[in-house]
Design a protein around this ligand. Structure first.
Ligand code: HEM
Length: 507
């Protein structure tokens, strides 16, 4: 049979096939592709030598289910517990809980080894509402320029100038708690959120959101929380052509709503920046404004995008750890007693509590570090992607387009890094010899490298001041319904349930 006869036969078969036959053939092709691609991934892919569950190497579906259920952190922890410190968690993804990996995945790595540094995995990282990226989404050149501008605004010198502003809101928080305490259990998550959003509103917008004053969430903040959840689902959809199309349509529908949410930031920042340096000069924009218009300065668009970023990155995280800290104290009465003793014996009154003095309290600092370890506010890995020439991690060459992850949740809960890893024991940070074998280098709550947390000094000051000032005045007691509160779902950040506590003012 000639080729022409064969192809005309095939053409006539296709022409005569019913719709259901065509559909069935299409499904068969898809299933065959799914199976063959899965077999390639498990047995022949360059990552096939790494340990991990075969199903997770075969298909991305288990990863999607984990994200959908808000349990990506638990999935990865279970894989590490079973398969070791370097594991394959998805067809294209390697996860590390070996502390050595920090410098290769997020830091500067080994510049002499094969390949170059991994970059952010943009698809998995999300995007800004406007075309002008914030620090979090900016490509390397723009990112370094913006980091230089903001560096001085987050320096220790600037933070010292911002201290009265931070203290003002913590004092307002104490006032609110004093009022509410006699009325019964208080949802302290709400009040820590109010505090950190009010502080950041003042620093980034030049005015507070007045949530502590009004005793209610600003609708803008409530909407911000909603977006975080939505973006997890959008991230999941980016992997498949059909759902990518759905995402584009959804984004179009959401564009108006996102834009009006963003407009709030635009209006606030415009108002603040138009005042120039005429304010008391202690917010984030003072030093930034010195550089506006200069070559290395920020455009207005960059100011809007970054103010928006600060309002999320610099609020929810610090509020999470303040609530987690109070919870862990109540769950560990002996630790709580030691911590309160240190704070109450060191400071005779609230006025004595300041940035320098809380920095020097050993037990307070150990308690906070241990809280960041057992309950990290950024539990999930922020995935990185190997570039076209690949990357070398801990002496192993990783091929292009490999996703590299360091999940804090799994890293800190592994007995390979910390003895009695699931227990809250601040003494491990104070040279207790029982914990000599702990691998302290594993602990990087703010990450490392050029894209580590810009606000880590501010976060430390806020966390220490809140803990010292609030627990100096109040005894916290857990309400019975919150027994497993730290066991939370994660949609980008921790989904915190209300945390009810009985508070007793000691003065
Ligand atoms: C306990 C509190 C905090 C924790 C645990 C935390 C943790 C982190 C982590 C792990 C990253 C890296 C994310 C990535 O790799 O993509 C990050 C980035 C960032 N954080 Fe924080 N953060 C905290 C508080 C703050 C505060 C108070 C601010 C103040 C505005 C802030 C501002 C930022 C910014 C701007 C970035 C992006 C930096 C860049 O891409 O160059 N964070 N944070």
């Amino acid at each position: 049979m000639s080729t022409a006869t064969a192809s005309s036969g095939l053409a006539s078969q296709v022409a005569n096939a019913s719709v259901s036959q065509v559909f069935l053939s299409f499904i068969v092709i898809l299933v065959a592709r799914f199976i063959l691609r899965g077999i390639y991934r498990v047995y022949f892919h360059p990552l096939s030598k790494y340990p991990g569950p075969k199903l997770h190497a075969f298909t991305r579906i288990p990863q999607m289910i984990g994200l959908w259920k808000g349990e990506p952190h638990k999935r990865i922890e279970a894989i590490h517990a079973k398969y070791g410190r370097v594991v394959r968690t998805a067809p294209d993804e390697i996860s590390y809980i070996d502390p050595e990996a920090w410098k290769f995945v997020h830091g500067h790595g080994d510049t002499k080894a094969r390949g170059s540094r991994p970059q952010k995995h943009w698809i998995r990282s999300g995007n800004d509402v406007t075309d002008t990226p914030s620090l979090l989404f900016a490509p390397t050149g723009a990112h370094s320029r913006m980091r230089r501008v903001f560096h001085s605004a987050f320096s220790d010198r600037s933070l010292k100038l911002q201290e009265p502003l931070i203290v003002k809101y913590i004092d307002l928080l104490r006032e609110r708690l004093r009022e509410k305490a006699p009325q019964g259990p208080i949802d302290i998550v709400k009040y820590f959120n109010f505090t950190t959003f009010d502080v950041m509103g003042d620093l980034a917008f030049g005015e507070s959101l007045h949530m502590l004053n009004k005793d209610e969430y600003d609708p803008w903040v409530a909407m911000t929380f909603e977006y975080l959840k939505t973006f997890t689902f959008l991230e999941m959809c980016q992997y498949y052509a059909i759902t990518r199309y759905g995402v584009r349509q959804l984004m179009k529908l959401m564009a108006k709503q996102r834009q009006s949410h963003f407009q709030y930031t635009v209006d606030k920042v415009n108002k603040r920046v138009d005042q120039g340096r005429a304010t008391d000069g202690h917010d984030l924009w003072t030093l930034v404004l010195d550089k506006e218009g200069q070559r290395e300065g920020l455009s207005r668009g960059e100011m809007f995008a970054n103010a928006n970023l600060f309002m999320v990155a610099g609020t929810e995280t610090t509020a999470t750890i303040s609530a987690g800290f109070a919870y862990l104290m109540c769950k560990n009465p002996e630790v709580y007693a030691k911590f309160r003793k240190e704070v109450r014996e060191t400071f005779k009154s609230q006025d004595e509590i300041n940035i320098e003095r809380v920095q020097a309290l050993p037990y307070l600092n150990a308690c906070l570090k241990e809280a960041l370890r057992v309950y990290p506010p950024v539990s999930n890995a922020q995935p990185m992607l190997t570039p076209a020439d690949g990357t070398t991690v801990m002496g192993e060459y990783m091929p292009p387009n490999t996703v590299l992850s360091i999940p804090q949740f799994a890293m800190y809960r592994s007995e390979t890094n910390f003895k009695h890893a699931l227990k809250y024991i601040p003494e491990r940070w104070l040279g207790d010899e029982r914990f000599e074998s702990d691998n302290k280098k594993a602990f990087e709550p703010f990450h490392v490298g050029p894209r580590d947390c810009l606000g880590k000094n501010l976060a430390w000051h806020e966390m220490r001041l809140i803990a010292a000032k609030v627990h100096h005045q109040f005894d916290f007691e857990l309400s019975s319904e919150n027994n497993n509160w730290t066991d939370q779902k994660i949609f980008i950040l921790n989904q915190k349930e209300p945390l009810y506590m009985k508070l007793k003012a000691v003065y």
